[in-house]
Design a protein around this ligand. Structure first.
Ligand code: TYD
Length: 133
């Protein structure tokens, strides 16, 4: 899986003088939404992620604050995406190595996922990931 399938998705935004509202329905992501979770209270300097998924696809959104996502395809290609807008989502296909870092104070990362939690779907060893891609 190359890095070309990674994309930034626009999340519909309803603007209002009372504040903005963004909504994610199934038509916003190219998979059926099975799970939503979020990372918060991430201490400064912490790295999260550090794995790939065999099947799972995800959309990551910086609901608040900012963080960087480092993506690797296992063929030597790497890119870093900064997420800092609540109406922009980073679509990460399966079999993509990801690391989340440089969380700002108060950052919240919302994750919309294509699968329920399955421990067996994770590849946490980078050498095993290299062997499988
Ligand atoms: P993990 O996915 O490794 O977090 P991150 O990629 O953000 O660093 O998950 C951290 C822990 O939480 C791990 O023990 C598995 C557990 N977990 C669940 O039990 N259910 C879930 O839906 C998720 C995402 C994680």
């Amino acid at each position: 899986m190359g890095l070309n399938k990674i994309e930034i998705i626009d999340i519909p935004k309803i603007t209002d003088v009372r504040g903005n509202l963004s909504v994610i329905e199934n038509d916003v992501v190219p998979f059926e939404i099975k799970r939503v979770y979020y990372l918060y209270d991430v201490p400064s300097g912490t790295h999260r992620g550090g794995h790939a998924h065999k099947k799972l696809q995800q959309l990551l959104i910086a609901i608040s604050g900012s963080f960087n996502v480092v993506l690797k395809d296992g063929n030597g290609n790497q890119k870093t995406v900064t997420l800092n807008k609540p109406n922009k989502g980073l679509l990460i296909p399966n079999m993509t190595w990801r690391e989340l870092e440089d969380f700002s104070s108060g950052a919240v990362c919302l994750v919309v996922a294509s699968e329920v939690y399955e421990k067996e779907d994770y590849i946490r060893d980078f050498n095993k990931f290299l062997f499988k891609v």
